[in-house]
Design a protein around this ligand. Sequence first.
Ligand SMILES: Nc1ncnc2c1ncn2[C@@H]1O[C@H](COP(=O)(O)OP(=O)(O)OP(=O)(O)O)[C@@H](O)[C@H]1O
Length: 230
Amino acid sequence: MLAVEKLSHSFSNGGEITPVLHHIDFSVDKGEMVALLGSSGSGKSTLLNLMAGLMKPTSGRILIGGIGIETMNENRLAEFRRSQIGFIFQSYELIPHLTVRENVELPLVFQGMKAKLRRDKAVSLLAKVGLGEKTEMFPSQLSGGQQQRVSIARSLVTEPAIVFADEPTGNLDTKTEKEIIDLLIELNRTLDITFVIVTHELEVAKRTRRVIQLRDGRLVEDAVWAGEDD
Ligand SMILES: Nc1ncnc2c1ncn2[C@@H]1O[C@H](COP(=O)(O)OP(=O)(O)OP(=O)(O)O)[C@@H](O)[C@H]1O
């Protein structure tokens, strides 16, 4: 599903070169749920931006569904991102003047889908994330955890190949954090969604089966928790 091959990245600012990622290699199968764990500055955001096609790597490859995204031009990449990649952000990134349902429908508007079909898909996903009663409310009328549920529904509405979650519980209290991770685990199991969850919190990483750990831009651990979960 996702393959990262000999991926290295350096930033260059006015002649000064900062190496940030060094020969990262790993792959994620369809239906896996993986935490990408690392402390601040370890290179998680850079790796996420590269995997999502938001930046081009200095060297190495990123394949999603067997397709190398690092060689795509901007138009192709934008289209690929819209159809194949879902995003969940720490700060939800909902549009305040659209209802919950309209927020979830929005990626389908960009795909040109007919209104009735869009609406049905959004309503069905909102029910799956536990917001069946809130579809006509506005984001500001919801709690942080509920807003993150909307953003999770939105990330799934295009039926992407893979969903990247960037510190999805970073703004939430411990109880809500647990509920959101429970939801992601349930969606992973019931809908076979492939998730890569970027986090600096060991507690979050412990809930996924597999953890890939970055330290100073290097992959230092790629492990499956023994005896985890069910
Ligand atoms: N545009 C840039 N130019 C130069 N250096 C950069 C740039 N962006 C990031 N870096 C450096 O790359 C390293 C990794 O940063 P990155 O944001 O990927 O880490 P992170 O693990 O996501 O950290 P955090 O959890 O704080 O977001 C840091 O040392 C950072 O200073």
